[in-house]
Design a protein around this ligand. Structure first.
Ligand SMILES: [Zn+2]
Length: 319
């Protein structure tokens, strides 16, 4: 990855931060020697990254009480003194993520302390993906991996690092769910986890199609939005949005005692095909079956997928 691949302002932000901010510099340096294993889970290629620095996110307490008791680390006043930002889009700040998974990993919080809710923000997500040349933009729902569910933020990491998009080209079984002018939506099966994928030629058509899917997703009582993770790519005038509806945040193995414990807490990057193990004991023992079981537990079943498809089709005919 050369600096030519990223927007120049972002490249300069990285250069500056890696010179001036020791924590970030150390964690990015450590990433270059991080261990990775590869698995075949059905037709999907899944990587497992042993990344000790991510314990801060994987072990994060995200219950309402813990969140209320801590100082929000995405609010401008509480951010580390060394952390510098690049204002974007009027209400966002592009920041270097000091606990990276990707060789270049950004966090893009709103400048205001507003809750993590995606509805109405898909146009922002798509424009950010267009702006951040060389990056995939992603969103973790408030109960699906966001370690700051009370402060709106996107993240972004290098294109080509996750495996989902290339697997989709080769093996994904795509079923057309809805077509409109400038956008199409598919249900994707056969890659160990179910996803809805939207291909769009404009921000408007992509965002409309996303809202149509969003309205059809099941929502748990007491939740503020359907459980989901989202990835968004922009390439040559086209957007691709992959939505992974979720039924569970942390799998049972996360809470299990003794040998059965696996400290993996899936979010967008795991859905994208890169699982993160902050503990070496998990990195050594996790099998392809464990990964399949985690996907089965936290992602929607075939029955749930069909119900969502029916909801979308019903809305199309009656809405
Ligand atoms: Zn905040």
């Amino acid at each position: 990855m050369t600096d030519m691949d990223v927007t120049n302002d972002v490249a300069r932000l990285f250069d500056r931060q890696l010179q001036e901010w020791k924590l970030a510099a150390d964690n990015y340096a450590a990433l270059s020697s991080v261990k990775v294993r590869e698995y075949e889970v059905g037709d999907a290629r899944i990587k497992l990254q042993f990344n000790p620095a991510r314990i801060i996110s994987s072990a994060a307490k995200v219950d309402a009480k813990s969140i209320k008791a801590r100082r929000c680390f995405l609010c401008g006043d509480n951010r580390p003194a060394e952390q510098d930002g690049l204002p974007w889009g009027g209400e966002y700040m592009i920041l270097v993520n000091p606990y990276p998974i990707f060789p270049r990993h950004l966090t893009v919080p709103n400048i205001n302390h507003v809750p993590q809710r995606i509805s109405g923000r898909m146009p922002d997500m798509m424009r950010l993906a267009e702006y951040l040349d060389g990056f995939v933009v992603f969103y973790n729902g408030p109960h699906c991996g966001a370690s700051a569910p009370d402060h709106f933020h996107f993240q972004a990491g290098n294109k080509g690092f996750m495996t989902f998009d290339s697997d989709l080209e080769c093996h994904g079984k795509k079923e057309l769910v809805k077509a409109a002018e400038g956008a199409e939506m598919y249900l994707v099966e056969g890659l160990a986890r179910r996803a809805f994928v939207i291909n769009a030629a404009s921000v408007e058509s992509g965002a409309d199609m996303f809202e149509c899917l969003y309205r059809a997703l099941p929502m748990k009582e007491g939740d503020e939005e359907p459980m989901l993770n989202i990835l968004c790519w922009y390439t040559d005038g086209e957007w691709r949005i992959a939505v992974f509806p979720r039924v569970k945040h942390r799998p049972d193995c996360y809470f299990a005692e003794g040998e059965a414990n696996i400290l993996i807490t899936p979010a967008s990057v795991d859905m994208g095909g890169v699982f993160i193990a902050p503990l070496e004991k998990d990195f050594e023992k996790v099998t392809a079956d464990d990964i399949k079981n985690i996907f089965d537990e936290v992602c929607i079943s075939e029955v749930e997928a069909r119900r969502i498809v029916d909801n979308i089709k019903w809305a199309k005919h009656h809405g």
